[in-house]
Design a protein around this ligand. Structure first.
Ligand code: NDP
Length: 331
């Protein structure tokens, strides 16, 4: 069994030296009620950065010298639990280990014949749910409105934009490369895209792409990109604060323009979103996402990195924008 431990808490951008690889050659045994799992796919996600710090948050921090955990799809290779049989695949929050024992609690059976196994970590997993529920529960989108999505070419953003198109919105995406902007328009049907790395004036570019103003802002990145969007919001705009990757590695308290005047002037709503708060809506969301996928109304992109040893690098690469769509490690 290979395991990845959190060796030290990152200061600023994480590095591979924050992680430690350990190898254990002993055979894993299972007791009654337990299953043996072989990891197939590991999800790496920006929010894990928060758990690597010891600051108080909505989930407890990872402990030092203990395995890192994230969304994993694994194969059941032995079972003494009636709910699982040899050969089943499951998804759930599991350790960064090649093999592990579980009592099955919190694990969901997934079916590779219904959809590729990796999608249960992306479009049919946590990031798809985040896109669907964040947009619908807080954004309350209405056909004809204009939405701006930041982090648009990533796992959450690419799904948000497509759902907004299905509902009939004018969709503008912000992302970091021309290649990603092209993908937003050709693969995901966005109406316009802005490359924040080459734009000379993001605020003006948004105004140009949204001549009627911005009704919904789905924010994945925070910082100056989000400030530029807020200058363009309409009356009764809804702003979904889903993430703030541009400041996750900040070592100082990030300073931003004062957003209050924009919110007051426009009677706008800004609300933080945490997907786990909406667990009772997961079944309906998954059903809708699966239906759209099979009808061909929704598509997805994954960046698949191969090899257990590359998990830390794949995680770090999220902060460099190396992924298109969902970043996943195949073991
Ligand atoms: P992504 O697939 O979007 O990957 C991260 C992307 O962020 C990169 O590809 C990169 O794209 C962009 N990025 C990296 N650094 C910066 C920066 N400094 N400024 C602007 N963009 C940057 O990740 P996810 O879709 O998994 O997550 C997106 C956001 O949603 C994250 O903030 C995450 O924490 C949040 N999230 C929140 C959840 C919740 O329940 N609240 C659940 C899931 C995710 P580019 O090339 O465009 O820069």
């Amino acid at each position: 069994t290979n395991t990845i431990l959190l060796k030290s808490r990152p200061e600023g951008k994480p590095t591979v030296s924050n992680f430690e690889f350990v190898k254990d050659n002993s055979e894993l045994e299972i007791n009654d009620g337990e299953i043996l799992l072989e990891t197939a796919y590991v999800s790496v996600d920006p929010y894990l950065r928060g758990r690597m710090s010891d600051a108080k948050s909505y989930i407890p921090p990872f402990e030092l010298n203990k395995p890192v955990q994230s969304g994993v799809v694994a194969k059941v290779t032995a079972s003494k639990n009636d709910n699982f049989k040899n050969g089943d695949y499951v998804s759930g929050m599991l350790a960064w280990k090649t093999h592990q024992v579980s009592n099955g609690e919190g694990l969901l059976k997934v079916d590779g014949s219904q959809a590729p196994l990796s999608t249960y970590l992306g479009v049919l997993g946590m990031t798809g749910l985040t896109a669907y529920l964040g947009l619908n529960q807080i954004g309350k989108p209405v056909a004809g409105e204009t939405i701006v999505v930041s982090g648009a070419a990533g796992a959450v953003g690419s799904v948000v934009g497509q759902i907004a198109k299905i509902i009939g919105l004018n969709v503008i995406g912000i992302a970091g490369t021309d290649e990603k902007i092209k993908m937003l328009k050709t693969k995901f049907g966005f109406d316009a895209g802005i490359n924040y790395n080459t734009s000379k004036d993001i605020k003006a570019d948004i105004a140009k792409a949204a001549p009627n103003g911005v009704d919904i802002y789905f924010d994945n990145v925070g910082g100056p990109i989000s400030d530029a969007v807020l200058f363009n919001i309409n009356r009764l705009a809804r702003i979904i604060i889903c993430g703030a990757i541009s400041v996750y590695n900040s070592t100082e308290t990030p300073m931003s323009v004062s957003v209050q005047p924009f919110l007051v002037k426009n009677s706008a709503l800004m609300q933080g979103f945490i997907v786990s708060n909406y667990a009772e809506k997961f079944p309906e969301a998954i059903q809708q996402l699966s239906a759209w996928l099979s009808e061909g109304k929704l598509t997805y992109t994954e960046t698949i990195v191969e090899g257990f040893e590359n998990i830390p690098n794949a995680f770090i690469d999220l902060f460099e924008g190396k992924n298109k769509g969902k970043m996943i490690v195949k073991i």
